[in-house]
Design a protein around this ligand. Structure first.
Ligand SMILES: [Zn+2]
Length: 303
């Protein structure tokens, strides 16, 4: 299944293998592509099925600055002269890719930077191309696409610039990286936040939709998204328990906690190790704040 039509004019092109993301395509008087991270060929085929071409795209909207979500934005803009739309936090990061790298923690001299750049260029080629956002949206702002109306819903935590997009008719939400995958929530950057991620999940759960469109699931529409988000949220506690039990087992530092993987099943590259380290740092901070762990003479100890 490379593509699915969820309702008239609302299509999803399935991203497929990691790290490609699902791309939402809205077709009305205009053609709007949200998070162009699927393969270009899959997007081309989907548009062909509607008698459209890549050059017919009018707007590209980006949910946040992660390279798997912005991959083809600049190339689509060069091809179709489409507008690039992002929220006001994402926009300056997109406009200056060095700012994007710093925002993600990969500043010059950061040990995993080269490995991260290689991963992006190997698997998300185009994400680092120079380009400019034409229109910046703020929280709650509406964006009309013919009969369809989109509304911005800020959902920080995964990253500070992460937003979901509500589709008002039919009432759906594009969850982007509130993605409901088996892996669970990703907060593998210094500026990610577990507490904000939990608040964002609660915000989406309080709202009424016919379904949530995941940025990464192969079957992207999740109708029972409230209970699915609760199960997804449990990963935070499970990982807290895993980190706590490693501290109780004698791991007294972040280095020692990352000797064997806790979050990822394996650590195949310096980039994944870096994500593991940053996610574990968030858990250690949380366990200290909750009074389960303390730092004594530079060593982590259970209380
Ligand atoms: Zn992301």
């Amino acid at each position: 299944m490379a593509q699915v039509e969820l309702s008239p004019g609302v299509h999803v092109v399935i991203g497929g293998d990691f790290p490609k993301c699902n791309t939402l395509v809205l077709i009305s008087d205009e053609v709007v592509v949200v998070d162009p991270g699927c393969s270009v060929e899959a997007l081309r085929r989907m548009l062909h099925s509607q008698d459209l071409e890549l050059r017919d795209v009018d707007s590209v909207i980006l949910s946040h600055i992660h390279p798997d979500h912005i991959t083809h934005a600049v190339r689509l803009n060069r091809l179709s002269k489409c507008r690039i739309v992002a929220n006001e936090i994402t926009a300056p990061l997109f406009n200056e890719k060095e700012k994007m790298k710093e925002f993600l923690g990969f500043h010059k001299g950061q040990p995993a930077r080269k490995s991260w750049e290689k991963l992006v260029n190997d698997r998300m080629y185009g994400a680092l191309d120079a380009g400019r956002v034409d229109e910046a949206l703020s929280d709650g702002e509406k964006y009309n696409v013919g009969d369809l109306t989109l509304q911005v819903l800020y959902t920080p935590g995964h990253l500070p610039d992460h937003m979901c997009l509500e589709i008002l008719e039919p009432r759906l939400i594009f969850g982007a990286d509130l993605d409901l995958t088996e892996f669970g929530p990703f907060y593998g950057h210094r500026n990610s936040s577990i507490d904000e991620f939990k608040d964002s999940i609660r915000l989406v759960q309080q709202r009424n939709y016919e379904g949530l469109i995941s940025g990464h699931l192969e079957k992207p529409l999740v109708v029972n998204y409230r209970s699915a988000l609760t199960a997804y949220s449990r990963q935070f506690d499970l990982r807290d328990d895993l980190v706590l039990s490693a501290v109780m087992g004698g791991a007294g530092s972040i280095d020692e906690l990352t000797l064997s993987p806790i979050i990822y099943p394996t650590i195949p590259s310096p980039v994944i190790l870096q994500f593991e380290i940053w996610m574990i740092e968030h858990h250690v901070k949380g366990l200290i704040a909750k009074g389960f762990v303390e730092e004594k003479k530079g060593r982590l100890e259970p209380i």
